[in-house]
Ligand binder design. Structure first.
Ligand SMILES: [Zn+2]
Length: 560
């Protein structure tokens, strides 16, 4: 660097946004929650997003063409968009609106329509916008864009939006059931960089100035699943022959400096995919791709372009947990999407439980038990997993806001483990399959992404298992505290009694090992008993099938 250039560089660095800048409004930070009545009148059918990435100024310039259908008569259009990306022009069905017809006081763009739009009518809004997108502080735990540099000094860029929502960088309806049926992306990036994104690659255009435009189309994307990724990537690709008879394109975009490690991770794609297809069902987006991109943040389940930033760390389980976790979300988040964030555990609990199941698939019961035990130590029990109210993403994720926080991962995973022990493998996996695909017999082409709820899953379990398990779900999902098993041994009798928060019935049978025999003790009216010979060695729940209060764990932590 020459001395002459130094002041210029300093000046530029001074004006660039730092982490956490520019600030976001509360509205932009909200994702999900109660739907605005004006937005409930809209259906976003499709979006076409032209986005230019401008690293020198850390800004972006966009044109969003949004196809809507009015569900009720509309006089105003309300679309979520961070006000850090001011709108420069709006057209409705090709007619330009006068400046002043729109405003964005708080992160919800309000567009006054020139004339009312009748219920049932389709229309197109074209919104030109751009500016400095919010820089995440610690993605993916908070959201925004991430500016980084690769080893050669090139721009390395990513986005995350799960907590704050899609409105961080494109105009959208920011609640889980607002998935458009298609999003087309046209991403213009500096010369020499690549922009792997969601769905299918339509083509790459070379612009006269040396930049490239990457064109992608994705169907039914999760609203937070659209992602921008830019870097000097190298690409690994292969074609996977599925047990369902179709083929799945596999792609991994990684930084050139880590070619050898990237090849190692890429070798995990096919066996992991086989596990999910065997245990859950067909890969939901085989007609597009299974895609992963190396990112300057830990990871996120961006649909068909999963973010991977786990640094290729090796683990005793013999597979990369982060890659596995995000891939699980293609089934549990992207194929099956929670209709409301209150049911966030449908994404994270199932994805977390898939990991010990994969350990079991690879190495058997000992690995499964070891992985479950690590998860057990992370169960908090401070707030119920499901509140029964419509909630925003942050209200669930943040324990400071009264949410269950990480219990949607580890406690929900242990709830699923307990459920599987209670109803058996056949019923458990059939219920899971029906939840994910909306049918018991998924095959490539006979299902679409769908929305699900906790209540729906309970109904499916009731049908498949042939009995009502409301008592089970009420305790594990709707109470903070765990059930406690009280054991008493008097004379030749072992008595067992369940004490459950809320005081309801909890007829959970319990296995007991007496000497070298295992007995199943039925529990009726909260109690059960078993004759045990004097002096016999007894172990209650020897396979740890049941999530219940552990005095040892509480003593170790020094808290309930
Ligand atoms: Zn996750």
């Amino acid at each position: 660097m020459t001395p002459l250039l130094l002041p210029l560089v300093l000046l530029a660095a001074d004006t660039l946004p730092k982490k956490g800048e520019p600030p976001l409004t509360e509205q932009t930070k909200r994702s999900g929650g109660v739907v605005d009545p004006e937005q409930a009148k809209l259906r976003l059918d499709a979006a076409d997003l032209q986005i230019e990435l401008l690293p020198a100024t850390r800004s972006l310039a966009g044109v969003a063409t949004l196809d809507f259908t009015a569900r009720a008569e509309l006089r105003e259009l309300r679309i979520d968009l961070d006000r850090n990306l001011p709108v420069g022009a709006v057209t409705i069905d090709g007619t330009a609106l006068a400046p002043g017809s729109w405003s964005n006081p708080d992160g919800r763009l309000r567009i006054a329509l020139p004339r009312p739009i009748a219920a049932g009518r389709g229309f197109t809004a074209r919104i030109t916008y751009g500016g400095t997108p919010h820089v995440a502080v610690r993605a993916p735990w908070d959201d925004g864009v991430v500016w980084s540099t690769a080893a050669g000094g090139e721009t390395w860029f990513a986005t995350t939006a799960q907590g704050y929502g899609c409105d961080l960088f494109w105009p959208c309806l920011d609640f889980p059931t607002a998935e458009p049926s298609a999003v087309t992306l046209h991403l213009t990036v500096p010369a020499g960089l690549k922009a792997p994104s969601n769905g299918k690659l339509l083509g790459v255009d070379r612009l006269p100035d040396g930049r490239t435009r990457w064109n992608w189309r994705v169907r039914n994307p999760n609203t937070y699943g659209i992602a921008l990724n830019v870097g000097p990537y190298e690409e690994l690709s292969a074609s996977y022959s599925s047990r369902y008879g179709n083929t799945v394109p596999l792609h991994f975009w990684h930084l050139p400096a880590r070619r050898a490690q990237a090849k190692g991770l890429f070798a995990e794609f096919a066996p992991t995919l086989d596990f999910f297809e065997a245990v859950i069902g067909p890969y939901p987006f085989a007609d597009e791709k299974l895609g992963v991109v190396e990112t300057p943040h830990l990871g996120m389940e961006h649909q068909t372009i999963n973010a991977y930033g786990n640094e290729y760390k090796k683990a005793v389980e013999g597979f990369d947990w982060l890659f596995h976790h995000e891939l699980a979300h293609e089934w549990f988040a992207n194929q099956l999407t929670a209709a409301d964030w209150d049911d966030f555990w449908l994404h994270e609990g199932f994805a977390t439980y898939m990991q010990p199941l994969y350990g079991r698939w690879r190495e058997g019961e000992a690995r499964y038990a070891a992985m479950m035990d690590l998860q057990r130590q992370r169960v908090l029990n401070d707030a119920p997993i499901v509140s029964g109210r419509v909630r925003t993403s942050e209200e669930v994720y943040e324990t400071a806001k009264g949410g269950p926080g990480s219990d949607i991962y580890f406690k929900a995973s242990w709830m699923l483990h307990t459920l599987r022990g209670l109803i058996g493998d056949r019923a458990f996996f059939e219920a899971t399959r029906r939840l994910v695909y909306g049918r018991p017999d998924p095959k490539p082409g006979n299902f679409r992404p769908r929305y699900g709820t906790t209540r729906e899953f309970e109904g499916i379990v009731r049908e498949v298992a042939g009995r009502d398990l409301g008592w089970f779900f009420d305790v594990y999902l709707r109470q903070a505290k765990l059930p406690e098993l009280v054991e008493r041994r008097e004379g030749g009798t072992l008595s067992l009694e369940w004490r459950v928060p809320g005081g309801g019935s909890f007829p959970m049978p319990v296995e007991v090992q007496v000497g070298d025999r295992i007995e199943r003790v039925a529990i009726a009216g909260g109690r059960g008993s078993l004759a045990v010979p004097e002096g016999a060695h007894v172990v209650v729940d020897p396979h740890a099938r049941i999530l219940r209060r552990s005095a040892a764990l509480e003593a170790m932590r020094g808290r309930p």
